[in-house]
Ligand binder design. Structure first.
Ligand code: PLP
Length: 380
């Protein structure tokens, strides 16, 4: 079955008891046991819940993993994964990540002795060199990255990491499984902020980990229960509802992003446009090969923070707000918003200038969005 069909039917049969087409929201936190130690598969809400299990099955199905696990937020998923790595473990991470991911990795580096290094993963050589200098436990990728839309070659980097005995995790929040399936490309772990495209309507927080094999799945499920950063059953229901329309929404997001990127690429005041769907993107060919589409996120650079501020204030359809991936279009100024926790010097060295603007292109009419951007640029 194709992706759009599996997003609606994959591992989501009607409720066997009532025939309900959508999984009920099971709010009960505890479940009757037939005799001590004998249950119907559920014992306590943190450990497992039928609504959550339905979401977790869908996540595993769509990412092609053995196990899906849902969390209360993307960072809840990440902190649970980090529990797997003791002090002294070495993590090699891509050098452009979500600001909160950077903050959490840096915190674990300082507080718990995790060895974290950020590398340019748009090429293979920095990773090869880092691994020649010693083994690593985890290679942590985002692709496309937040906010610069860099693309990492997941297949090649996974091969290099595996030769050195490291696991590979990919934050697939920007692409979603509709456009990219890292496990098929060789990764071991997929992470999501389901708050974004999977939920899709800016009304629920959530995170996910999808594990390639069952042994790793059992280990991380143990951590999920032990750490306890689990989502509520209603949140699981909302994310599952969002997943049903993921394929259709991603096509609409992409149509919007393309229209906006084309306006930006022609604008005199725009210094650089970051969108993997543009032939001018340095890894356009890799994105074509690795992804089934280019997604709905576009970043671009204006002269400075003043210009970015004037642009943001002139927008009428895009809302200046954190987050991304919802049906409504949002504009973000990473330097003062999503990436403010990254020290300025580090941020700028990584290419996130004060003039950078990140757009989450929603599913409004693409022509209206292109007009909004054109009009706001005229006010810069
Ligand atoms: C938002 C985001 C996160 C964090 O997820 P939350 O649900 O906000 O905790 C992680 N990675 C990426 C790429 C994100 O955009």
């Amino acid at each position: 079955m194709k992706f759009d069909t599996r997003a609606i039917h994959g591992r989501q049969p009607p409720d066997p008891l009532t025939g309900a087409v959508n999984v009920p929201v099971y709010l009960s936190t505890t479940f009757a046991q037939e005799s001590p130690g004998r249950s119907k598969g559920y014992v306590y809400g943190r450990t497992g819940n039928p609504t959550r299990a339905s979401l977790e099955g869908a996540l595993a199905e769509l990412e092609g993993g053995a196990t899906g696990l849902a969390f209360s937020s993307g960072l809840g998923a990440l902190v649970t994964l980090l529990e797997k790595f003791g002090s002294g473990s070495r993590i090699l991470a891509i050098d452009d990540v979500y600001g909160g991911t950077w903050r959490l990795l840096d915190h674990h580096r300082r507080r718990f002795g995790l060895r974290v290094e950020f590398l340019d993963m748009t090429r293979r050589e920095p990773l090869e060199r880092a691994l020649e200098g010693g083994s690593a436990d985890l290679v942590y990728l985002e692709s496309p990255t937040n906010p610069l839309l860099k693309i990492a070659d997941i297949r090649t980097l996974s091969r290099i990491a595996h030769r050195a005995g490291a696991l590979v995790a990919v934050d697939n929040t920007f692409a979603t499984p509709a456009l990219q399936r890292p496990i098929e490309l060789g990764a071991d772990i997929v992470l999501h902020s389901t708050t974004k495209y999977l939920g899709g309507h800016s009304d629920v927080l959530g995170g996910a980990l999808i594990l390639r094999n069952e042994a790793l799945g059992r280990e991380v499920a143990w951590l999920q229960n032990s750490v306890g950063a689990v989502p509520s059953p209603f949140d699981c229901f909302l994310i599952l509802r969002g997943i049903h329309s993921l394929g259709a929404r991603m096509r609409a997001h992409e149509a919007s992003a393309r229209a906006v990127a084309e306006v930006l690429a022609r604008a005199r005041k725009v210094r650089r446009v970051f969108y993997p769907g543009l032939a001018s993107h340095p890894q356009h060919r890799l994105a074509r090969r690795q992804m089934d589409g280019f997604g709905g996120m576009v970043s671009f650079e204006l002269a400075g923070a003043g210009a970015a501020g004037r642009f943001a204030r002139a927008l009428r359809i895009f809302t200046l707000a954190e987050s991304l991936g919802g049906v409504e279009s949002l504009a973000d100024h990473p330097a003062s918003m999503t990436h403010a926790s990254v020290p300025r010097a580090l941020r700028r060295a990584g290419g996130v200038s004060d003039g950078l603007v990140r757009l989450s292109c929603g599913i409004e009419d693409p022509a209206d969005l292109a007009d909004d951007v054109r009009r706001a640029l005229a006010r810069v």
